[in-house]
Each structure stands twice: as C-alpha cells, then as structure tokens.
Design a protein around this ligand. Structure first.
Ligand SMILES: NC(=O)c1ccc[n+]([C@@H]2O[C@H](COP(=O)([O-])OP(=O)(O)OC[C@H]3O[C@@H](n4cnc5c(N)ncnc54)[C@H](O)[C@@H]3O)[C@@H](O)[C@H]2O)c1
Length: 257
C-alpha cells in the first residue's frame, strides 16, 4: 500500500485526487485547514512545521507520494494569502516532505500549478518567489486590489521551481519524480466565482478557450495526478503537464522545443 500526502484534500481537485488514490488502494494522508488528518494552515510557518511533524508521525517516516494541491483563488483570495499558500505553502510541502519521500522505493511528487501562469507579467514577483524571499513577494503584491497578479505569478514560479528542482541531486538523484500539472478551468468551489453566472462563464470561455470538452471536472485532473504519482511513472519528470483541453497549444503554437 502506497502512502500518499495530498494537501487541499477537503475540496475540489484535492478531494478528487484523494478519492481516486483511495480507489486505487493507496492510503491518503490529507492536509487542509479543515476535514483532514492533518489540519494545518499552509500560509503560516506554524502550519508548515505541523505538516512536516504530523505527516512524519502518521506515515512512520516514509511517504511514497506528495501532491501539493492546496490553493486559494486569485479572484476571491487576498493577494498576500494567495502568494503565501499557492507558492510558498506548496514549496514548503514538497521541500519538507522530501526526506520522507527519499525513503520510499518509488517516490513521486506533483505540484498543482495553473494555466493562469500564462497571464503572469510580473518577473519581480516570480524572482522573489524563486529566491525564496516570501516577505519580498508578499510586499510586491500586497497592495493589489485582487489576488489575480499574485495567483498568476505564484503559479508561474511554482512551475519554474519544479523544472529547476526536478533534475537535481535532491530530487532526480534521490529517484524522486517531480512534476507540475497545470489545469485549465475546472469546476470546483475555487472557480465558482467565475462560473456561477452566464456572463462569467462566457468571459472564462473567451479568456481560456478549451477546444477539447470545454471546462473540466476535478476527476480529469485527478486521473493525471494518479498516473504521475504511481509506480508506473518511471521517466516523466520536470514536466509541466497542461490539463486544459488544448488551450496551451492554441496559445503557444505547435513548436515544442
Ligand atoms: N479550479 C480551477 O479551475 C483550477 C485551475 C487551475 C489550477 N487550480 C489549482 O488547483 C488547486 C486546487 O484548487 P480547487 O479548484 O480544487 O479549489 P478548492 O477551493 O475546491 O480546494 C482548495 C483546497 O485548498 C485548501 N486550502 C486553502 N488554503 C489553505 C491553507 N492556507 N492551508 C491548507 N489548505 C488550504 C482549501 O481549504 C480547499 O480544501 C489550487 O492550487 C488551484 O490554484 C484550480
């Protein structure tokens, strides 16, 4: 039985991932601000150290997969909270559980980024994130009226952090596959503010057209995460896999290299 840690397990994509992994026979340790084995606020140092300590105890020091999924919406969350949870909370989850992964026979990790990374126009925020300077990143987005800028920059930084780390001695050298998934628009409580009116849906469809099937369901992301975190995934690492019905290809074109 594989032991998998899923943050953001109480809702949406995290809840669907938990359900999918449990259906596959895995044991899931959920981490969330509510309704989870480990109740922790990943915006805070206290929550991040609680995550590391409690997971280590519950998992007896060995974890087979980590899914950093907890996140806050750029539309409804405060900019400061968005950057603290979506980037620094996710990186803390992966970094602090890495020693537990290193003890597994087939360790895998996934960070949940977003198609929203393509709306980022903010290299200074991304740089502050990648430099690990949480207070600088918070200061740069702190005055914003919405969390939109923090969301796009945090999701871009998270994807870049994955690509940067995955090939290093700490990750690839420890046999840990590390990937990001970047969903398009998925029907969850997080995107409800966009999708609950006809006007909002039309705007989202115009901004993020998804040629294959339109808006997705959390299960469509969970099935990809299930593969990436399974023992079956041997060689896929350092990738940002778009789960977006083709939007990324529409935007960026056919050339991949
Ligand atoms: N829904 C979409 O369209 C979409 C698209 C791309 C990426 N994403 C990303 O997918 C991930 C999951 O989002 P979702 O759509 O399932 O949203 P959701 O709101 O349904 O679930 C998010 C979960 O994260 C938890 N969470 C929030 N702040 C936390 C904190 N400080 N500490 C611990 N847990 C916290 C929430 O309690 C909730 O259970 C997020 O990272 C989000 O940015 C979502």
């Amino acid at each position: 039985v594989r032991t998998c840690v899923v943050t953001g397990s109480a809702s949406g994509i995290g809840a669907a991932t938990r359900a999918r992994l449990e259906r596959d026979g895995d044991r899931v340790i959920g981490v969330d601000v509510r309704d989870a084995e480990v109740v922790a606020d990943l915006a805070t140092e206290q929550g991040r150290s609680a995550l590391a300590e409690q997971v280590s105890e519950l998992a007896d020091g060995v974890v087979d997969a980590v899914v950093a999924c907890a996140g806050v919406s750029g539309g409804t969350g405060r900019p400061e909270t968005v950057i603290r949870v979506n980037y620094f909370g996710a990186v803390a989850t992966l970094d602090r559980l890495r020693p537990l992964l290193a003890r597994s026979a087939a360790p895998r990790a996934v960070a949940v980024s977003s198609i929203a990374l393509q709306f980022d126009r903010d290299p200074a925020v991304v740089d502050a994130c990648l430099a690990g300077d949480e207070e600088a990143a918070v200061a740069l987005v702190g005055g914003d009226a919405t969390g939109g800028r923090a969301y796009a920059a945090g999701k871009r930084a998270l994807a870049r952090w994955v690509r940067r780390q995955a090939t290093t001695a700490e990750w690839a050298g420890a046999r840990i596959a590390l990937n990001a998934v970047a969903p398009g628009v998925i029907r969850t409580p997080l995107s409800h503010y966009m999708l609950d009116t006809p006007e909002g849906r039309a705007e989202a469809a115009a901004q993020i057209p998804m040629p294959l099937h339109g808006f997705g369901e959390p299960e469509h992301v969970a099935s990809l995460i299930a593969f990436l975190t399974s023992g079956e995934n041997v060689l896929v690492t350092a990738q940002v896999v778009f789960v977006d019905g083709g939007f990324e290809a529409l935007q960026r074109g056919e050339d991949v290299w």
